[in-house]
Write a protein that binds this ligand. Structure first.
Ligand code: PLP
Length: 369
């Protein structure tokens, strides 16, 4: 890829393929793979990522909301798409676009059944989400009686899979808690199979689940962050490749004399002379104010340059006193170095938040092969 001449998020589809194969190598050959492409494929580009994953032979996709699934259908995605958090308001269009809802409560089950019947559906594929300890979305184990009754003599839907979500799969201090979640899921699946008289397929693991609890892979796994190059562990991160690299350029260089200040509220000042570079990227692009005032660095010609003063809406200033650089030179905000994980950690957040926060103002460019 050429040097950046504006702020771009460079998306490396070869890195995506590498990460997919790495994650697959941790799984049995029968285990299906669901690619999580919610939130613009973690801030990259859902359509391009999903088309690449579809070409690579992935089995399933997941998004959070119906709207995201509809966009994928319009982009040519024909594989099944699980909608993790569909809102009843959108059930009609969800069905029209052959999206598969996660059904997580009695109320949602009743509402979806009604819409599916209204649309004349038979055996419409749905996925039952059970709560095993995250306490976010999901039926309780005790709801199985209700589910059985609600579905009796109703032909409109078919339970394609049952699933749950781990609360702390990346944290090995929580191994006991996770084991309880796995055992609870086992119990629920036994009851469901007995009650329904057929066996829906099962899935539980996200990326860190694949890496830490492969024994619980069941019939499918759901990976997001790993596909994009992050594994919630430094050793894993070494083996994955960053899909997204945020690049920008130096717009202007200033010599700052001792006693002068830089940026809004005069937040940066120095006793020594400094050289600063102003970059065309700010909090409106997803680089929040928490990254300012010396917390976080970017790299210029491979060298660290700290963000100084307050982050502005459209600009940040960095200290390049020690770096030989000029206006028009490229700056790596995150990618290989610093990684999105390290960049995010400087402000006590995680790669997920940083990546999904890169705003739609930033041009996406793609590296194909
Ligand atoms: C977002 C999400 C995932 C993906 O998690 P990663 O840690 O990014 O792999 C899997 N399952 C559910 C239910 C999710 O909401």
């Amino acid at each position: 890829m050429g040097k950046a001449t504006e702020t771009v998020l460079e998306i490396d589809l070869g890195a995506l393929e590498h990460n997919y194969h790495f994650l697959q190598s941790k799984l049995g050959s029968e285990t299906k793979f669901l690619a999580v492409v919610k939130a613009f494929a973690y801030g990259s580009d859902a359509a391009r990522i999903a088309l690449k994953m579809q070409a690579l032979g992935v089995d399933y996709f997941a998004v959070a909301y119906s709207k995201e699934g509809i966009a994928l259908r319009k982009a040519g995605i024909t594989k099944p798409i699980l909608v993790l958090h569909p809102l009843p308001l959108h059930f009609g269009e969800l069905i029209e676009h052959c999206l598969e809802p996660s059904i997580y409560s009695k109320k949602v089950l009743r509402q979806f059944l009604e819409t599916a019947e209204k649309h004349g559906q038979t055996k419409y594929p749905v996925h039952l989400k059970f709560n095993t300890g995250l306490n976010r979305l999901g039926f309780w184990a005790r709801d199985v009686d209700y589910i059985e009754e609600a579905l009796r003599n109703r032909k409109a839907i078919k339970i394609t899979s049952i699933f749950s979500h781990l609360a702390a799969s990346e944290d090995l201090n929580e191994e006991d808690f996770t084991s309880v979640q796995i055992r609870t899921f086992e119990k629920i699946s036994k009851t469901i199979t007995t009650r329904l008289g057929y066996r829906p397929f099962r899935h539980l693991l996200n990326t860190s689940g694949i890496l830490n609890y492969p024994e619980a892979q069941y019939n499918m796994v759901r990976s997001g962050i790993g596909l994009y190059g992050y594994g919630n562990h430094p050793e894993i991160d070494k083996q994955l490749k960053a899909v997204a690299t945020l690049k920008t350029v130096i717009s202007q260089i200033h010599k700052i004399e001792p006693g002068e200040t830089v940026g809004y509220n005069r937040a940066f000042s120095s006793k020594e002379q400094r050289t600063t570079a102003t970059l065309p990227i700010g909090h409106a692009d997803g680089i929040g104010r928490q990254y300012g005032n010396g917390n976080t660095f970017v790299t210029v010609h491979g060298k660290k340059a700290f963000i100084i003063g307050n982050v502005c809406m459209d600009m940040i200033m960095i200290d390049v006193s020690h770096i030989d650089c000029k206006e028009g030179d490229e700056v790596i905000v995150f990618g290989d170095s610093p990684s999105a994980e390290i960049f995010a950690a400087t402000a006590n957040t995680i790669s997920y938040e940083l990546l999904t926060g890169i705003s739609q103002r930033v041009t996406r460019v793609f590296i194909v092969d």
